[in-house]
Design a protein around this ligand. Structure first.
Ligand code: EPU
Length: 421
């Protein structure tokens, strides 16, 4: 195991280059199962989640070469069973289900199991794929599907908590080669879903309505190989933007996808940060006080749940009381008890947190529990007095490429060391 040792107090100044989007790359890699031809995908971030996905694809028969951010992948022969040992490590592995059904006419994919951010059902994925004609049962913890001939139809994909990102991805991928036209209503509009749709179109799919709640997919006979560059990661960029605001720094975030960051940048401005859109990215700085704020997480273009923990860390040192309402994953508050170990004053009631800002956090050992919670703890460590130790940083390595190196390069005092716990 590894931990970060962070000595807080340095303002971050300089340039950070934003990596490719994890949540685009994962389903895009899964989509390569749809063709026997080679796909070349650029700007793939070097993250443990990406390496898990490549392991799964290799197990299913893919030839993979991954160097300098470019994946060359050829799924000439594919078999259709992904066992528990492989998929349990990452919930996003469920997005191989749609492509496998489309390519092999059948699939057996283990259910990924529990998740620390709360219940992560896949009922909408299943009903969507069933509507296309797949026969699906859960047998001994596996999703077992028989595709037969998939036929286009009208599918509504909204559930109790709104649209589903990976559910939309799964149904869209399966529909690309279904007979006739599929209309997905209530589709997720996240930029990562749109990126997957662009990738599928580069493979020869016919999709319209990208980035809207209605996707229209005209089935084609086959998909072919292609070359594609993934969008940059709006959540990584947002996390560094919060770091600049919290530390009273001045960071240029090269290649930050400003067009996808509207709600986060607006909220940062409300908090007192200054945002300048420049030619190749954005500059985030702060000179005045950090002000309290209110956020309510929502589907895109609303405020992303994947930025909630980071804003919670920022609220701990903002002037006044901030309020956070988490509407996508109501239990996604694992970071709160750890932030309290640093002195944060937070009241949690159901899916709402009230955060009373204090002048300074004080360093302590804390435990990372999931990806974005770990990011919040690192941010808190950057402004805490003395030393903060963030344990179990493998959680953060799932979704942030070399975060310690990127932060050190702009003045943070952060080191990665071996840890027994
Ligand atoms: N939901 C259902 N039924 C389903 C699927 C989802 O009720 O069949 C509910 C969920 O319980 C949740 C809401 O719908 O309340 C949204 O979940 P969604 O399916 O959109 O989440 P996901 O596709 O599994 C992706 C991201 C998450 C991100 C969410 C929400 C990837 C690989 N993961 O998950 O990213 O939080 O969308 O935007 O794209 C992260 O990067 O840290 C992360 C967790």
């Amino acid at each position: 195991m590894e931990k970060f040792i962070i000595k807080g107090g340095n303002p971050l100044e300089g340039k950070i280059t934003i990596s490719g989007s994890k949540n685009s790359a994962l389903p895009i890699l899964a989509a390569t199962l749809l063709t026997p031809e080679e796909c070349v995908i650029h700007r793939v971030p070097n993250l443990s989640d990406i390496r898990y996905m490549l392991e799964i694809l290799k197990f299913l028969g893919a030839q993979v070469d991954y160097e300098n951010g470019t994946v060359r992948i050829k799924c000439k022969n594919v078999h259709s069973t992904a066992p528990y040992d492989l998929v349990r490590k990452m919930r996003a592995s469920i997005c191989i289900l749609g492509p496998l059904i489309a390519r092999c006419g059948q699939a057996r994919v283990s259910l990924p199991g529990g998740c620390v951010i709360g219940d992560r059902p896949i009922d909408l994925h299943i009903t969507g794929l069933q509507k296309l004609g797949a026969d699906i049962e859960i047998i001994k913890g596996d999703v077992v599907a028989h595709g037969g001939i998939l036929r286009g139809t009208s599918i509504h994909l909204k559930g109790k908590y709104g649209s589903t990102v990976l559910g939309t991805d799964n149904v869209m991928m399966a529909a690309c080669q279904a007979e006739g036209t599929t209309i997905i209503e209530g589709a997720a509009c996240e930029p990562e879903v749109e990126d997957l749709a662009h990738f599928l179109c580069s493979m020869g799919a016919k999709i319209s309505g990208m980035g809207t709640q209605q996707l229209i997919i005209e089935g084609v006979k086959e998909l072919h190989g292609c070359e594609y560059t993934i969008i940059t990661d709006r959540i990584e960029a947002g996390t560094f933007a919060v770091a600049a605001a919290m530390t009273k720094g001045n960071l240029f975030l090269e290649h930050a996808p400003v067009e996808h960051m509207g709600s986060v940048l607006e909220k940062l401005k409300d908090c007192g940060a200054s945002i300048e859109i420049e030619n190749q990215g954005i500059r985030v700085s702060r000179s005045g006080p950090l002000r309290a704020f209110e956020i309510v997480t929502a589907a895109y273009p609303g405020f992303p749940t994947d930025m909630q923990a980071q804003f919670c860390a920022m609220a701990t040192v903002a002037e006044g009381t901030s309020k956070i309402v988490e509407n996508i994953f109501p239990n996604r508050f694992m970071h709160i008890s750890e932030l309290k170990r640093l002195g944060a004053m937070i009241e949690l009631s159901q899916n709402q947190a009230l955060i009373h800002g204090i002048e300074r956090l004080s360093g302590a050992p804390v435990m990372a529990s999931d990806l974005r919670a770990s990011a919040a703890l690192v941010l808190a460590g950057l402004v805490a007095e003395n030393t903060t130790e963030v344990h179990r940083v493998y959680h953060i390595d799932r979704g942030y490429e070399k975060i310690d190196e990127k932060l050190s390069s702009v003045g943070a005092n952060i080191t990665r060391v071996y840890s027994k716990i």
